[in-house]
Ligand binder design. Structure first.
Ligand code: ATP
Ligand code: MG
Length: 677
């Protein structure tokens, strides 16, 4: 194609709004333009790159036995309600009401739609397995759209969903998808690693992420030096500490002395307590309160609390009126004090009952108390797995109710008793015991602490000389010691040191199990005539992220360095003096011959200075360049230069087409997937 005919608005200046190289370069090379936060237009060159990526993905998915379909972006909310994910996706889901008042979602993903499709079309084991995919727009109202198309609100995803009669069949497709992904990312020229990942809100039993290691990545991957073990920070398993922590104890504790309460007024956070007691975070025992989120309880609590505040307001007014009425009687006026007093006492009783109702609602909550060393962070994904379901940080009022103290003063002493034995007292002497059992999760690094400081479950107080095992149990009915924290520097996995790197997640494969098929009725009859839910897998790839991450790892100070498989063109021909017929004729000849050989070529036929053409060519990042200049042509030569090489090679004009083809063949070969990954 001819440069002069294309919209390639390159930009010299680094755009102020772009923080990372790929974002800056995609704008500077005229690949994208921003429309609004997290939404981008792809200009001709950017779109050519995406089309090439889509082509690779399509070829590999088809070769792996998947079938392409196209599902609507507009999805009825009822489908999401059936799986409960209308709640799980929260504000990330773009929602709107149509003119008939029906709730809809703009697809953040399509498990619900595809599962309901299969529920209607598949009924026998003979139709299984089936693997359906699409390449289509997705919408996610990301909390923080950033880094250009790396995290946008509208993006293109390849999403595939497989349905199986048994686990072995899922395993087979999962492996095929995994291998197809390896081939796709290799052909796209990405240096990637695969990491074990948490299944997140999609749920399921196993998952791997394909991650491109680079500084701009938002994912943290934890890995051994040779990457033979690599996991997302949410999943990385760490070895429990060996033996007792023998580090010197500061002012915080003494394993021989009994527990001692210390007054720590207004000092709640780990940092503040450490500063106050001159202790180190590693000497603290951190206690965080989580709960199994239950939207019904939240709604009922809010309603009861709203009523309480209305009633309190009303009571204040009534008490004021009653006082006035009493004064009036004292002054000798006729007033119905009894009626006023009756109102006050009725409403006081009502208030007491409402407060009791609030207490009994708290009683229904399943609390999970997580205990870690003060310098460690609780990992909600791990803790949720141990707790057997998704947990979230409890709200302050819940924490206050459970611990009996302000937030910041929770501690593990009596924690399990608190969960088991919490008694609430109601009006007229009624007492009710805690309904749900709840759990205390203790990270294995805690039992190795000789002693520590922790919250006293009493506002403004902490306790020191707290000895795990002596002062709070490490085993029991509702106590579990398990890995519930993020890996940190110094941790090991099966004895090998763990390192930390940042990376961009470009793809994700999940084994989903039957979560969706059960809820949406995707069942089949097996050979014995039994009706069973399909076992599912799902497999996503971010098309736009592939391009952005290729540039993130492939660029220099002059511009993009794109792999041949996804560059907008494979070869760029740069005639330096367009006004010289000999130069243009030779450039056109090479252009025509390369095109005839099926090569994707751009010719910079603009009447521009050589400096401008070179700068733009560097910016676009096309992997191979053929420069036709008057001077070298006089000697019968042209220059060929790989974008990655500092200097061009002089070749005879007559051999230029063959040479270009040879180098391209070599480049393609470098990107050819190996037999197995
Ligand atoms: P992330 O953790 O980065 O938010 P995710 O795990 O929610 O991504 P998946 O649901 O696994 O994403 O989606 C499949 C693929 O879609 C991801 O691997 C990623 O490549 C891509 N993707 C997800 N969110 C975005 C986004 N906001 N912008 C661009 N690509 C995205
Ligand atoms: Mg993911």
């Amino acid at each position: 194609m001819r440069y002069s005919q294309l919209l390639i608005p390159t930009v010299k200046e680094v755009p102020a709004e772009a923080e990372i190289p790929s974002h800056q370069l995609m704008i500077r090379a005229g690949f994208i333009r921003k429309l609004a936060s997290g939404t981008y237009t792809y200009l001709p060159l950017g779109w050519r790159c995406l089309l090439k990526i889509i082509q690779i993905v399509r070829e590999e998915m088809n070769a792996a036995g998947a079938q392409e379909i196209l599902m609507p972006i507009l999805q009825p909310m009822e489908l999401w309600q059936q799986t409960g994910r209308d709640v799980d996706y929260g504000q990330t889901m773009c929602r709107f009401q149509d003119r008939h008042g029906r709730e809809n979602a703009l697809a953040p993903t399509a498990e619900e739609v595809v599962t309901s499709l299969v529920a209607g079309e598949v009924s026998s084991y003979k139709q299984l397995p089936i693997n359906l995919y699409q390449i289509h727009d997705k919408f996610r109202d990301e909390f923080r759209p950033r880094f250009g198309v790396l995290r946008s609100r509208e993006f293109i995803m390849k999403d595939a969903y497989s349905f199986h009669a048994d686990a072995a069949s899922l395993e087979e497709t999962y492996r095929r998808m995994y291998e197809a992904y390896c081939r796709i990312f290799t052909r796209a020229g990405l240096k990637y690693v695969t990491v074990e990942a948490d299944s997140g809100p999609i749920g399921g039993s196993a998952s791997h992420e394909f991650v491109v290691p680079c500084a701009a990545g938002e994912d943290v991957i934890v890995h051994t030096e040779d990457f033979s073990y690599a996991a997302n920070i949410e999943k990385a398993d760490v070895d429990p500490p060996a033996g007792t922590d023998t580090r010197e104890q500061g002012t915080t504790g003494n394993a021989v002395l009994p527990m001692e309460e210390v007054h720590t007024p207004g000092v709640g956070s780990i940092e503040a307590v450490c500063a106050f007691l001159n202790a180190k975070p590693a000497e603290m025992i951190k206690t965080l309160i989580y709960w199994r989120p239950d939207l019904d309880i939240v709604a009922q609590l809010n309603e009861a609390k709203e009523k309480i505040s209305q009633l309190e307001f009303q009571l204040k007014h009534e008490k004021f009126t009653l006082e006035g009425a009493i004064e009036d009687v004292e002054r000798g006026y006729q007033t119905d004090v009894f009626a006023e007093a009756a109102d006050v006492s009725t409403h006081e009783r009502e208030l007491e009952e409402l407060k009791w109702e609030v207490g009994s609602l708290y009683r229904k909550i399943t609390f999970v108390i997580a205990v870690t060393r003060g310098d460690h962070e609780v990992n909600i994904a791990k803790a949720s797995r141990v707790a057997g379901g998704h947990i979230e940080m409890a709200f302050p009022d819940m924490i206050e109710w459970l611990t009996g103290a302000a937030v910041g003063f929770a501690g593990p002493v009596d924690a399990s008793k608190r969960l088991l034995g919490k008694v609430i007292e109601g009006p007229r002497g009624m007492k009710v015991k805690f309904q749900e059992k709840g759990l205390v999760l203790i990270d294995p690094s805690v039992p190795t602490m000789p002693s520590g400081v922790t919250g006293a479950n009493k506002t403004d107080y902490h306790v020191r000389n707290v000895v795990p095992g002596r002062d709070f149990p490490l085993a029991g009915d509702n106590v579990v010691v398990a890995d519930i924290r993020n890996a940190v520097e110094g941790d090991t996995h099966q004895g090998r040191k763990l390192l930390f790197s940042r990376g961009i997640e470009v793809g994700h494969v999940f084994k989903l199990g039957t979560k969706y098929s059960e809820k949406l009725g995707a069942t089949f009859l097996d050979e014995q005539g039994r009706r069973l839910p399909c076992i599912m897998g799902c497999y996503g790839i971010g098309i736009n992220r592939i391009l952005a991450s290729a540039i993130e790892i492939g660029h220099d100070e002059n511009g993009c360095i794109l792999p041949a498989g996804i560059a907008p063109f494979e070869v760029e021909i740069v005639p330096l003096n367009c006004d010289k017929p000999a130069v243009m004729d030779e450039a056109r000849r090479i252009y025509d011959e390369l095109r005839a050989a099926g090569i994707d070529v751009l010719i910079d036929d603009r009447d521009a200075r050589p400096g401008v053409k070179f700068k733009d060519a560097d910016l676009l990042g096309i992997p191979l360049r053929v420069v036709v200049g008057e001077k070298s042509l006089k000697d019968g030569n042209v220059e060929i230069k790989r974008r990655t090489e500092p200097k061009p090679t002089l070749v005879s004009a007559a051999s230029a087409v063959q040479k270009t083809q040879d180098i391209l063949a070599q480049m393609r070969n470098e990107l050819a997937p190996k037999q197995r990954c």
